[in-house]
Each structure stands twice: as structure tokens, then as C-alpha cells.
Design a protein around this ligand. Sequence first.
Ligand code: AMP
Ligand code: MG
Length: 352
Amino acid sequence: MDTYIAKVNYNNPEVNDEVFVKAASIIQNGGLVAFPTETVYGLGANALDPIAVKKIYKAKGRPSDNPLIVHISEKDELYGLVDCVSEKAKKLINFFWPGPITMIFKKKDLIPMETSGGLSTVAIRFPKNKTARYFIKKCGTPIAAPSANSSGKPSPTRASHVKFDLNSKIDMIIDGGHSEFGLESTIIDVSGNIPCLLRPGSITKAMIEDVIGKIEVDKAVFGKLDVDERPKAPGMKYTHYSPCANVIIIRGNAENVIKKINYMTEKNSDKNMKIGVIATKQTKSMYICENIIVIGDRNNPNEIAANLFDVLRKCDYLEIEEVYIEAFDENDVGMAIMNRLKKAAGYNIIDV
Ligand code: AMP
Ligand code: MG
């Protein structure tokens, strides 16, 4: 049976109250509801119900050791779910919540091990998106929600992406339009003495350091780990964000990048392979490729971030087999963009 999709007015969710009454009843009965947030769409279940939470892993095909983020609708709900909130964590909460940053704390026993992926810590997020908060509040329970995609695929930034991956596997999708930021939340571990960035996002390292001073960055953020190394966020070890196409990043000065991409396009077109190029507004007219997808303005990293997953999904839609993309600067939001892009490319980067 097709999954039920309900459109809502994302600025005024209360006008669609009946949609949220239905969604809350699904959650209270142990079902799954996908909902919009300012980062990406989440696949929600009652975070305190281990049987409901297990359904999330099954629908996504997600490994059971990859913990879920627990979403709350009021700041103070945090204190009922976790132990030991440090002074630095409190500063981050006051400054950035509600917003696209997830924090890792020591968990209380009421959070089931199914939700925390077997860990003694739990990830908590207080989203800014009005629809997300109206939904969580209506459910009357914290909501465990990873991104609402099939495991390994690009995260969903539109209800249509969720439908494509999970139709008939989940009970309902709340359609609240396009996600504002388009990259998953920043994750920072505040359960130890020194806060550590586990996943970069639109709240950047520099923005965090402005509030609490120097933080550590987990090595997994920058690239592939050695076989005997483990990332601190279990999810960072899995392949991610990959379209079916083989993604190759070309890095260097603009002129060399364009030359290399055109050379590779010409060379591989002979092989009867469908080639694509992900270009920026500044470079789109310089490629010889027939399939050019524009990701946005090179000088506007927030636009690139918001479009990244949509563009990767377009590659599948166009049945592209190999796609070349220009690298971006790794400063600020660029750190998050390149983190996702490197994973989508399986760390396949050509320096020119
Ligand atoms: P997703 O919601 O699909 O973006 O995935 C959640 C991310 O948060 C994954 O990379 C998880 O590994 C990470 N995560 C969730 N809980 C924890 C935790 N307790 N400690 C470290 N990382 C976590
Ligand atoms: Mg995910």
C-alpha cells in the first residue's frame, strides 16, 4: 500500500492540525512518520519504544549499531533524558538551540539501547523548523529520527525523495516543502571533558569556537580512516550519500579543473557510458558534456549545501553512470559540503 502523504503549511502548521493528530496517533501506536526539519527529512518513531525504533532500522536497511538522533520540542526536555550537562554544553544550548546542531550526552536508562545503538550516550537535537516542533509536541514523546532515506543513499531534502526511497515501508510522510539547510545537523560530543566535532554541518567549527573556545575534530570528518581506526560517530564509517553513478571529484585551480573534466568527458563518451558534470553557475557554460547539472553559485556555499543531495539524486533520475564534480573550499560550511561529497565519491579525488 502506498504511504500516505499529507501537505502542510510549513509556516503555520497549526492550520493543518488534523494532519498532526493523525501523525501523533501513528507514533503513539508504534508506527513511523517522516517529517521535515531545517536540515533534512527525518524518519520518526517514539524514541522510548524499542519495538517502534527497530522498525526504523528495518525500513531504512540501517545497521543496528548506527544510533539515532532523539528530537525534542522544548529545551528543558533534555534534562529528563540525559545525565551531566556540562557548562560548555549549556552555553551551546543557549546559543544554538533551537537549530541544526545535535549534541551527544550520557544517556539516562529510559532511552532504550535500540535508540542509542548500544551506546551509553545519546544524541539530542532541538530543531528550529516549525513543522518538526509542532509534530514532536503533538506526539507527546521524544522522537528518534535518522534521515528518512534508504541507508547509503543521499539524505532527503524533499518529501518526494522520501517517497522514492521508502514508499509503502512507512506509515506517513508530512510534506513541509524543501529543507532550508539541506545538510544533516552538525554533531558535537559534549559528554567528555573536551567537546569534539563528530560531523560538520551548517553550524561551523568557527561558530562553535566563538561560543566555547577550542574544540577537537574527529579525524573521520576529513577523510577515510585506516582499517583499525573507528570514527566516534558510528554512522561516519558507512558509505553514504551515493547515487548509482560513479562520482569523481576534481580538485585544483578552476582552469585546470575544467580542462580535466572536459578531457575525461571526451575520453569516456567513447565507451558508450552516460557521463554527467555537476557544475556551478560560474562554470556551466564551459563544459562540453551533454548532461550538466547546476548545483548553485560557487560564491554562495549555503546554496551549494542546500542543493547537494537533490543534485546527487538527479544523477540517478537521469541514469548517469559517471559524474564529475568540481571540489569546493573546505572552510566554514565548505567543510560539511566536502565531507558529504568525499563520501559520495568514495574518496575518489583527482588533484590537477
Ligand atoms: P542521521 O540521523 O541519519 O544523520 O544519523 C545520525 C548520526 O548521528 C550517525 O552518524 C550516528 O552515528 C550519529 N550518532 C547518533 N548517536 C550518537 C552517539 N551517541 N554517539 C556518537 N554518534 C552518534
Ligand atoms: Mg543519515
